[in-house]
Design a protein around this ligand. Sequence first.
Ligand code: ADP
Ligand code: MG
Length: 687
Amino acid sequence: MSPTVDDIAGLAGVGPKTATLFRELGIDTATALLEYLPFRYEDLRFPTPAARLGNAPGEENAVGVVTGVKERRIRHLEIVELSMRDDGRDPFVAKWIGQRRFVYGRFRAGMRLFVRGRVERSFAGPVVNVTQYAMLGEGESYRGELVPVYRASKDLATRKIGAVVKKNLSRLLALVPKDTVPAAISESRGYATLREAYRAAHAPDTPEEAERAREQFIFGEFLALATAAQLRRAQRERDRDAWALRVPPGLLEEFCAALPFALTGAQRRSIADIWEDMTRDVPMNRLLQGDVGSGKTLVAAAAIVLASRNGIQSALMAPTEILAAQHAAKLAPLLLPLRIGVEAVFGSQPQRARTAATGRLGSGEAALAVGTHALLTEGVDFDRLGLVIIDEQHRFGVEQRARLRAKGSSPHTLHMTATPIPRTLTQSIYADLDVSILDELPPGRTPIETFAVRVSRLERVYEFVRANVALGLQAYVVVPVIEEGELELTSAVAEFERLKADVFADLRVGLLHGRLAPRDKDDVMQRFVRGELDVLVATTVVEVGVDVPNAGVMAVLDAQRYGLAQLHQLRGRVGRGAAKSYCILVYPDEASEMERLEILTRSTDGFEIAEEDLRLRGPGELAGTAQSGSGDLRLADLVRDFDIYRAAKDAAERIVSGDPQLAAAEHAGLRALLERQPSTRALLFSS
Ligand code: ADP
Ligand code: MG
């Protein structure tokens, strides 16, 4: 298919100007227009009899003859009211009101019209507030359609898009690609041919038909996603080239004996999962999920210990230097009793220290490297890298993760995240990962108490902060934007100036935000860590990585701006010491955010909060980042369409187990699609 033949400008009804407007919507080709599906339909098929108008929610249709015209014009405002009678001779009113409706002077008694709009019931009968109308010929019987609604732009209306699609429909349908869903599966699910599905989406006869087509497309998207995941899993299972480690008797007891506390049940279970994985010659690919403070570091340490006992090296990669440094600091005391040293590999490290570390890693003398992206650089080599641990894995790209793994040969991989992902989503987003969950906090924590407070009581909040500072604690004030003028929100700079000059004039106040130079950021943070600041005004840069046990209060301004999961993450910055900690969520007086924020005041369970956040906001970024590399979902929604996903996953399992290279003729469409995606292409050509 040469680009010129497929060009959007080649379609009937598309001149150069319209072609440009289509291109602005990302529709360059006829094929792209074919795939530009309507997101809903307006049902203009049946007029409602006047006597029944006003009973349905949303817009309604009516057809009738004009019996009287009342019109007024006040400057640009037009008010046109038509008295109408429908075919049953029942009266209703069609009303236009607003600027530039361009209907003034258009109507006369005796005309026959179709009108559509929201209906109000008035004293004088139903009133249609017209959004669409059409003139009908005298005695013309009304024949309405199901009208597709396309995402439009300011200059290219859905109506124009629809008209172009309609005019070129058979030409567009000739471009329908090979179906990615094998025919047998498609039939068993009661789907039509792909060509018929596109027809039903763009020009449906009934809403049921359109809905069916939509489901069919969604199934197709999910099938590609799930097949890619199955291929990855199958490849791992096939290669069998990982180090199959041996768990020496008594190792767990030896590890526990060196700890100042007992493992939680969840830690015990996770360690068992991981050790079990590592005894297989199939490389582990496991996600360890657990809230901040649930004790992931310790579980990672157990994996490192097993590797080291088998003469295998480990590497732990974290997204920032602060996080990597914290990991190194937490791991060292856990591993030292077992004679395992930690080699740090950071970007900012002096060259001599780096050379020494890489030397020990290259020779195999050192068992563990902890670092940032710096681990990925050339010159960081390992002798026998067999375990890769990736912290906050969603913050690394597919390619970066692969690069670290490539430094070993089929290493076992443990991903860690403190971002709790709802259980329903883990199944689909992480289809090729096994999952262990730390859903139990170590004992002896004082839970953080959380309040939601209206901003008119902000001064009271600050009094509370002051009282806690008087007790020797430190506080965060979290603010959504850095500078004034970005939306109508409190800015970090302004609030910092105000607090320093006025509210907390006698306290030591610092300012931290993302636009500070890295050195200044570090400097402020270090002062806060050392206790030289009482109050830190900060943007969400404090979200990850900062561990200051003496910080006991956090006030979050404009809390309505954040997702629940993000607020939960932020809140994890306090409550890390022995003292009771507080989180105060401040929201605007006029906002009705109470209900949403209230979830945080009663729950500290990250999974419950994530589940709730998902329900309220949809999978959004969460799904977006995790899916990258698995093909994109255009129509499908992992939450709403979860049942379809499950069916697609079952189908994918059957496909891949029966035909791991997708070589069969009925899998050609699916194979072609996956071959077009770089992340899955390799899976199909490896043996
Ligand atoms: P995460 O990495 O999941 O945020 P950490 O591994 O940093 O959590 O653990 C948080 C704190 O809890 C650390 O100070 C750690 O020493 C402590 N901790 C971990 N496991 C336990 C346990 N089983 N009992 C008591 N304290 C624990
Ligand atoms: Mg941690």
